[in-house]
Design a protein around this ligand. Structure first.
Ligand SMILES: [Zn+2]
Length: 194
C-alpha cells in the first residue's frame, strides 16, 4: 500500500480576506487545514503546499486581458502563505510562474528547491508523489472552483485516490453555484468529498 499526502492548495494572503483576489471566508479554512497538517506532520506523513507564483505582468491579469486582478506576484506579501498556517519544513510547488502561461492545477507546478528557486532539473508534483510512493491524496485550500478543482481533477486522471475536505475549501463563486458545481464535478469524477 502506498503513502498518503495532504495537499494544501494556494492558501496565500491574496486569496484570503484583505488580499487582492480574496475568496469569501477564505481564512475560515485555516483551522481545518492546520489540524490536518499538524496531524500529518506529527505522523511523519507528507504535507505539500502549492502556490500561485506569478510574474508582475502575468497573462491572467486584467491589464493583459485576463480575468483576474493582479495576485500572488512572487516576492509580495500576497504571494506568501497565510501567516496563521504553521508548518514544519515541507515540499512546496510553484505554478503560473511563466509570464504567458496560466496554471490552475498544482500538477502544473514545479518543486521549489531549498534556496527558493525552482528545482533543476524541474520536478513535477506527479513525479514527486510517485517517487515518494504516494497513492492517496487529501486536499484542501483555495479556491474550490478554480485551483482546488483543477488539482483534484488532475489527481483523479493520474489515478490517485483523492479526498476533498469540504470544510477546508472555499470558492470564488463568480456565479453563485460555482463551488457546489465544482464539488459535484469532483465527486462525479471519483473524488470522495467529505
Ligand atoms: Zn493565479
Amino acid at each position: 500500500m502506498g503513502q498518503q499526502a495532504f495537499i494544501i492548495v494556494d492558501l496565500q494572503n491574496d486569496f484570503c480576506p484583505g488580499g487582492s483576489l480574496a475568496v469569501p471566508e477564505g481564512d475560515r479554512v485555516i483551522p481545518v487545514i492546520q489540524d490536518w497538517a499538524s496531524r500529518f506532520q506529527r505522523q511523519g506523513k507528507l504535507v505539500i503546499t502549492t502556490q500561485d507564483a506569478h510574474p508582475a505582468d502575468h497573462i491572467s491579469f486584467r491589464e493583459r486581458g485576463g480575468p483576474w486582478p493582479p495576485h500572488c506576484v512572487t516576492g509580495t506579501h500576497g504571494f506568501e502563505l497565510h501567516p496563521d498556517l504553521h508548518l514544519l519544513p515541507h515540499p512546496a510547488f510553484h505554478k503560473g510562474y511563466l509570464r504567458d502561461v496560466d496554471a490552475y492545477s498544482g500538477f502544473e507546478g514545479t518543486l521549489v528547491a531549498p534556496d527558493g528557486t525552482l528545482s533543476t532539473p524541474p520536478v513535477s508534483l506527479e513525479e514527486y508523489l510517485r517517487r515518494e510512493n504516494v497513492d492517496t491524496l487529501h486536499l484542501a485550500g483555495l479556491a474550490t472552483d478554480y485551483c482546488v478543482r483543477a488539482t483534484v481533477l488532475d489527481a483523479l486522471k493520474l489515478g490517485f485516490a483523492t479526498t476533498v475536505l469540504v470544510d477546508g475549501v472555499r470558492g470564488v463563486n463568480v456565479n453563485p453555484n460555482d463551488s457546489e458545481k465544482a464539488l459535484n464535478e469532483m465527486a462525479q469524477s471519483g473524488a470522495k468529498v467529505r
